[in-house]
Write a new protein. Structure first.
Length: 112
């Protein structure tokens, strides 16, 4: 929240009693590159996860957006799986980010 206005959102879903997945992380375009996404991830790791007895956080992202991948790695997420052509198989229309078709899904994990 900035002056009472939501500028970012993070959605986390418990998958089991000790595992949760970051399903969505978004920051208003005007507020990007100001550390908000990092603070949201840190809140989940440092406050939400321990309070909910979570010991493993997962996040999935596409290979066409290097910025989020770098952020997740900087925040301690480690690449575990590459799901080739996930976005091609799963979505009826092609998805493009940064002028590149999003094809593969990366699955990252962070042990707490």
């Amino acid at each position: 929240m900035v002056k009472g206005q939501a500028v970012g959102v993070i959605v986390v879903q418990k998958q089991s009693s000790s595992v949760a997945e970051v399903m969505n992380l978004a920051v208003d375009e005007k507020w990007q590159r100001k550390g908000i996404a990092r603070r949201l991830l840190q809140y989940v790791s440092d406050i939400w996860a321990p309070a909910n007895h979570i010991s493993l956080l997962k996040v999935c992202t596409g290979t066409s957006a290097p910025g989020p991948l770098m952020l997740y790695q900087q925040e301690g997420y480690d690449l575990k799986t590459l799901d080739r052509d996930y976005f091609v198989r799963t979505y009826p229309e092609p998805i493009f980010e940064n002028g590149v078709q999003c094809r593969h899904r990366l699955i990252l994990e962070k042990q707490l």
